[in-house]
Design a binder for this molecule. Structure first.
Ligand code: CAA
Length: 282
């Protein structure tokens, strides 16, 4: 199946990045947010990235204009009509995913693939809200989407091989390297990343070291691009918390239990970079 028109549900940190790379890669792209304020914020962030890319000589003005022309922002789910692929990137709450997948199943053409960018929730559960479970899969991007090379393509017990192949080829067409994973909590990367981030937060919570030294230890001792507390600020404390809760609920394994401090910071509205305050101030 040839993909020409792509829909992205959600134009936040992840959805915005996904819409950006789709439009850059030649796809007619529709990005949807729930209101004009969030939509304008998301589209402005994409435009700022393109402006920076042109200023740095990584993109020509013609390519920017063409990408811009392919991107349409909307607050109306009906604008996903005619999409060959829709990628859902709303917050990690199954009730919300249920609404989105039910609507997408009614709006999009029968051949369309419905994908989720979820980091941790059950994809087969999302598929169960549709009448096309064989065309539901995970296409999981990493933050910041325009920079990170990896995409996890995820198959449920119902996903057809044709759907997986189309999802893999599509992800590669965005310039990404693809790994394939089963629909199990955390797939490959978060299975390993989330306990690591939570352990770093627990070490800080217990006062074992300063946040700066925890980050410097990992950055310099393991050659990571950033330390785990800085990375949690980048991923979002709210997102990290939702992922940890979902993985803990699914596995009952205490290594995924969110530390009390993380819950407190999320309750206080300290979401990391996106809110201006997390482990560090921005
Ligand atoms: N959007 C677009 N481009 C961005 C960007 C963003 N949000 N952030 C940085 N960049 C670009 C910069 O413009 C810059 O481009 P040029 O080289 O052309 O100038 C390039 O990335 C490098 O940025 P910086 O020089 O500002 O900083 P850096 O070298 O420290 O790199 C980083 C920044 C790419 C974020 C790097 O620190 C890094 O790779 N960190 C780890 C990120 C990571 O692990 N992400 C995965 C999180 S887990 C996840 O996403 C999955 C999940 O489900 C939770």
């Amino acid at each position: 199946m040839e993909i020409k028109k792509v829909g992205v549900v959600g134009c936040g940190l992840m959805g915005g990045g996904i819409a950006q790379v789709c439009a850059e890669s030649g796809y007619e792209t529709v990005a949807r947010e729930i209101n004009d304020e969030l939509l304008n914020k998301g589209i402005s962030a994409i435009q700022a990235n393109w402006k920076k890319a042109v200023a740095k000589g990584r993109m020509t003005e013609e390519d920017q204009a063409a990408a811009q022309g392919r991107l349409k922002g909307t607050t109306n789910m009906n604008d996903f009509e005619g999409c060959d692929l829709v990628i859902e990137a709303v917050i990690e709450l199954m009730d919300l995913k249920k609404e989105v997948f039910t609507e997408l199943d009614n709006i999009t053409p029968p051949h369309a693939i419905l994908a989720t960018n979820t980091s941790c929730l059950s994809i087969i559960e999302m598929a169960s809200f549709t009448k096309r479970p064989e065309q539901v899969m995970g296409i999981h991007f990493f933050n910041p989407v325009p920079v990170m090379k990896l995409v996890e393509v995820v198959e449920t017990i119902s996903t057809s091989q044709e759907t997986m192949e189309t999802g893999r080829k599509f992800s590669e067409s965005l310039g990404k390297q693809v790994v394939t994973a089963k629909d199990s909590p955390g797939f490959i990367v978060n299975l390993l990343l989330i306990p690591f981030l939570l352990d770093a937060i627990r070490a800080y919570e217990k006062g074992l070291a300063t946040k700066e030294d925890i980050d410097a230890g990992v950055k310099l001792g393991l050659n990571h691009p950033m330390g785990p507390l800085t990375l949690t600020d980048l991923v979002g404390l709210d997102t990290t918390y939702h992922i940890a809760c979902a993985m803990y609920e699914e596995t009952a394994d205490s290594k995924y239990a969110p530390p009390v401090l993380l819950k407190q910071m999320v309750t206080a509205g300290w979401y990391g970079r996106k809110s201006g305050k997390g482990f560090y101030d921005y």
